[in-house]
Design a protein around this ligand. Structure first.
Ligand SMILES: [Mn+2]
Length: 355
């Protein structure tokens, strides 16, 4: 069976319709993490590197500030590790999840690396496991799902295996299916989700590709905008004519050039997904296992933010970037940096007028 884009869109539509809806109220605070890939704590456990950072940020920042928690898939790395070992190794993390579940709220979606959870008679935790869900905000919708549902390989696998056995992965090679390192696959998944979301006039929030997106913008565009903005500030306002701003512009330019060099195979023109208007309908929380730290999305007081958390001992150069809101977590060397921020009202207004 050939999987066409049309089939993928139909499946996303089915998922949208089948997903439960929760109301997002003006004062609600949510943080979205995805792709933790928790393992057994050994040398091949990708989660291990940022585990302390993650635990601290979750417990000392978000829990204390009364955020509710969204875990948007691939929390457990069950393709490579036994669930029992994961649960035991990261007991402290599961304790934190439990605290969110009891104190405020926790919503967890399934990813392609923890699909087997769906087969279990009884989950090892108290909170529900959803394939997707929606937030209704003033009549508009934010649609949360992990993102593998927009991949053709995954759809093909589902179609072949059928419903009851769809998650017995091994024989068809879905087991080692990972898009995190393939630029082309990442782009195809983003593009389909972008077109679907624009058509449906919703904001989709995914993970899966490990690539943070804000208003359907990839790092490349976000860096370009940031550089332009700093130059504009520098030219227009004397108080912005500082060494710090000059250093930041230089370092952002360097980042951008480096990125182009590392991804020569990629057509960056395509990052705007080939539509006449750019629709801010796709967001991606990135991942918890990033080399340079953790990215996440925050939804607070009607705003959405892309946030980067990092350890200043490892990523000193981030400390000197201006033009970004930064904040140190008390008693730690961990820093929170806001990469982008926008109101949901403005985002949905643009979606309404531009689609
Ligand atoms: Mn995934």
């Amino acid at each position: 069976m050939k999987i066409t884009n049309k089939i993928v869109y139909q499946n996303l539509d089915n998922l949208f319709d089948a997903s439960p809806t929760f109301e997002l109220k003006e004062g609600d605070k949510w943080v979205v993490f995805s792709d933790l890939h928790m393992g057994d704590g050994g040398s091949t456990d990708d989660f291990k590197t940022n585990a302390e950072l993650f635990k601290t940020v979750l417990g000392e920042h978000y829990l204390k500030k009364d955020f509710s928690l969204i875990l948007n898939g691939d929390v457990e790395e069950m393709q490579r590790f036994k669930l029992k070992k994961i649960l035991k190794q990261w007991e402290a993390v599961y304790d934190l999840f439990d605290q969110f579940h009891k104190k405020s709220r926790l919503l967890k979606t399934i990813g392609n690396h923890d699909l087997e959870l769906d087969l279990m008679q009884e989950l090892p935790f108290d909170y529900q496991l959803l394939e997707g869900f929606k937030f209704e905000y003033k009549g508009d919708h934010l649609f949360f799902f992990h993102g593998h549902q927009a991949s053709k390989k995954f759809q093909k696998h589902n179609a072949l295996i059928g419903f009851t056995l769809k998650y017995f992965a091994n024989p068809l090679g879905i087991k080692n299916y990972s898009v995190a390192h393939s630029s082309k696959k990442q782009y195809a998944i983003e593009k389909r989700t972008y077109h679907y979301s624009a058509y449906r006039k919703v904001v989709s929030i995914i993970g899966h590709t490990h690539r943070p997106l804000f208003e359907s913008l990839h790092k490349v565009e976000r860096l370009k905008f940031k550089i332009e903005q700093l130059i504009r500030d520098y030219a227009n306002d004397l108080k912005h004519r500082t060494e710090e701003v000059i250093t930041t512009i230089k370092s952002l330019k360097k980042d951008l050039k480096k990125y182009y060099k590392q991804n020569e195979d990629t057509n960056f023109q395509n990052y705007v997904y080939n539509t006449i208007f750019h629709i801010p309908c796709l967001f991606n929380s990135g991942c918890v296992i990033g080399k340079r730290g953790i990215t996440c999305l925050e939804i607070e007081d009607g705003k959405i933010r892309l946030v980067h958390w990092f350890d200043a001992n490892i990523n000193k150069k981030h400390l000197h970037k201006s033009g970004y809101k930064q904040q140190q977590l008390d008693g730690t060397d961990y820093h929170r940096m806001v990469l982008n921020e926008e109101t949901l009202d403005y985002i949905f207004t643009r979606i309404k007028f531009l689609t």
